[in-house]
Design a protein around this ligand. Structure first.
Ligand code: ADP
Ligand code: MG
Length: 653
């Protein structure tokens, strides 16, 4: 039942006001077949759009089934559009991506009605298109497209059909088909209101409303209308606001729609996905690298007992500038036995020097780290040779040319052969291999097994040309206080080398396991944070890419949004649809990124020898992140789309 009183609709156009509807009043019963006629520009379409709840009047009252429309919320309006009205447009407004069948079924997504009563297939049969169900609109003639549109208008079993020049774009045969269909619908108990300027079309109706310059000028019964009045029963005028039978089914349908929209624009979706993929992949790889570094540090420190400290000369600072050379704080070869004698708490001590050298075996070359270590090094660092033997005191004293190889050096120079007993050249000096060092495991940024160990004296005087020891490993006796022992060592060395009291820290620095771990961990987590920040920026850029695409997509599909709202989609349905679409893109991009990140991590550990480890944390983080990015960057365009006025959106070009 339609009751309108003093309905006005004004358009403001460049300073002038157009009265598209001027004080229009009439009633239409829910079972009538009414034609609205008038010249072009007389306000027919405007009237129908107001009746169809696609547009709001400027003033006046419109009651639909007894409810004042002006008082309805946007959601109520959507429910009325969906459950009571079926709108047919002159331009058909089918969605080009969808088949005829999917176009007809589209309103069901929003109404959630099961299609038992009016199944889309049956409706296509009613409009004689049962053999065109899978065709896209562009593969159908104008008349066929309009029949699809009629089937769509019927799928939610509306009480009133509204048609705006439904035959305006059609040839005469198609026109007859459409008119017969409208007749048939009216006979089955649906109210029909049709806008036309064609007398032939109007003759089918029972009542003709004539418009002129926005005013209703005549209201007459046709000869059809003078036949016996049908009594229509069974029209339930209460609006039931059933929404979705099942949220799950609704969501699955939305997901299908989202997937279809993504597929429809393959290249564009792939490009926006790429941003997220690269972002997630870099987050995964960077976090893997960071936690790998952490693990490498742990494994480096495992050989170092809790009662071992490292003594180093500290760089002298003058006005904050480090003075490398000329520092009086140094450790000589003699200091090692001397300090052991002097400080009672010392269990063992070994000097250390390091430098790089070229190692040759046969025709194979390898650049590696040479470590000169005092005899007690193996005991203190828990690093007895796995194969072969440690050098002896005599060898140490005589600067013997003997070497222990790390596993990486063995692999590079010998492959699978046993190196013990063979001769190699280190910086062109002949050395005999006497053993193989145990693996320190891990990797980190420097391979811990890429090392050659030689006696300290040999390294200092034959290979590296150093007069002083770089550092000294000291093992403290069980039970002794490590801090006190450290202080005693510092003091003794400072006194022996006559370090001025003014010098900070007495010229020597003591590191224990905790110090080293803290320092290394701090350095590595700073680096990890930096890497993660870079990765996050690329993820952000990916998200902005997605938002960009979604904005374009919303603008491009404004018409589609108008149509969806015209068939009863609520703002939240539109919002959800675009969010789901964004999520489909960002989640697929995220999943791809996960795989890519894994592959990159694997390659880093395989080829660069960096230790990496992918944590569950980084996987969860990147999934959460890509969903989050999708939501954040999808919401703005989706909101924009959801609140468009249906008719404005439909007019969008
Ligand atoms: P009809 O369908 O009878 O041809 P319309 O209802 O489309 O007429 O238009 C009635 C009047 O309102 C016309 O003068 C038209 O120019 C004007 N009009 C319609 N739509 C708009 C609009 N969106 N903005 C401004 N003026 C409009
Ligand atoms: Mg019109």
């Amino acid at each position: 039942m339609i009751e309108i009183r003093n309905l006005c609709k004004k358009y403001e156009l460049g300073g002038t006001t157009v009265n598209a509807l001027d004080n229009v009043s009439f009633d239409i019963r829910a079972d009538e077949f009414v034609a609205i006629m008038g010249r072009s520009g007389s306000g027919k379409s405007t009237l129908l759009q107001v009746l169809g709840l696609l547009d709001q009047p400027t003033s006046g009252s419109y009651k639909l089934f007894g409810k004042e429309v002006a008082h309805l919320t946007e959601n109520d309006l959507a429910i009325y559009r969906r459950l009571t009205l079926g709108f047919i447009f002159q331009q058909f407004h089918l969605l080009p991506r969808l088949s005829a069948l999917d176009n007809v079924a589209m309103p069901l997504i929003y109404s959630g009605l099961s299609s038992i009563h009016a199944s889309p297939k049956n409706l296509l049969a009613v409009v004689s298109l049962q053999d065109r169900m899978e065709h896209k609109p562009r593969e159908l003639s104008g008349g066929q497209q309009q029949r699809v549109a009629i089937a769509r208008a019927l799928v939610n079993e509306p009480r009133i059909l509204l048609a705006d020049e439904p035959t305006g774009n059609l040839d005469t045969t198609s026109q007859a088909d459409i008119l017969n269909l409208l007749d048939q619908m009216h006979k089955s108990g649906i109210g029909v209101i049709v806008v036309t300027h064609d007398e032939e079309v109007a003759e089918r109706a029972h009542r003709i409303l004539r418009m002129q310059d926005g005013r209703l000028v005549s209201d007459s019964q046709t000869k059809n209308g003078k036949k016996k009045k049908r009594t229509v029963t069974g029209i339930n005028t209460t609006i039931d606001s059933t929404t979705h039978a099942s949220w799950f089914a609704y969501f699955v349908k939305l997901l299908g729609e989202g997937y279809r929209a993504v597929i429809a624009n393959k290249l564009r979706s792939a490009l926006s996905m790429l941003g997220i993929t690269i972002g997630v992949a870099s987050v995964i790889a960077m976090l893997a690298l960071g936690s790998g570094a952490q693990k490498a540090i742990e494994s480096q420190l495992t050989g170092l007992g809790a009662n071992v400290i490292v003594v180093r000369p500290s760089a002298v600072r003058v006005g904050g500038v480090a003075q490398e050379s000329g520092s009086p704080a140094r450790i000589t070869l003699d200091d090692v036995p001397w300090i052991k004698e002097r400080v009672g708490a010392i269990q063992g001590a070994a000097g250390n020097v390091t430098g790089r050298a070229q190692v040759t075996f046969g025709n194979k070359n390898w650049n590696t780290l040479v470590q000169g270590a005092g005899l007690e090094y193996a005991a203190i660092r828990n690093a007895m040779p796995e194969l072969g033997r440690m050098y002896t005191h005599a060898e140490e004293q005589s600067r013997a040319r003997v070497a222990l190889l790390g596993l990486t050096v063995v692999r590079e120079l010998y492959g699978n052969e046993n190196p013990v007993g063979t001769f190699i050249k280190i910086n062109k000096v002949n050395f005999q291999v006497i053993g193989v060092m145990p693996s320190k495991g891990g990797g980190g940024f420097r391979d811990q097994d890429d090392v050659v160990v030689v006696p300290l004296t040999t390294a200092m005087y034959r290979l590296l040309g150093k007069q002083y020891v770089d550092s000294m490993d000291v093992e403290i006796r069980a039970g002794a206080n490590i801090d006190d022992a450290g202080d005693a060592i510092k003091e003794a060395l400072a006194m022996r080398h006559r370090i001025p009291a003014s010098m900070q820290e007495g010229g020597y620095q003591i590191f224990n396991l905790d110090d080293i771990r803290t320092a290394m961990t701090a350095a590595s987590s700073t680096m990890s944070a930096l890497l993660a920040a870079i990765a996050a920026v690329s993820l952000l850029v990916g998200g902005i890419g997605i938002m960009n695409i979604m904005l374009v997509s919303v603008t491009e599909r404004t018409k589609e949004i108008g149509l969806r709202k015209a068939v009863g989609a609520r703002p939240q349905d539109i919002l959800l649809q675009f969010l789901v679409e964004t999520l489909v893109v960002s989640l697929s991009g995220g999943a791809l990124g996960l795989v890519l990140g894994g592959v990159i991590s694997l390659l880093m550990s395989q080829f660069a020898g960096w230790s990496v480890s992918i944590s569950a944390f980084s996987i969860v983080l990147s999934i959460v992140f890509s969903v989050f990015i999708g939501l954040v960057f999808g919401i703005y365009p989706a909101r924009k789309a959801a609140h468009l006025n249906p008719i404005d959106a439909l007019r969008h070009e």
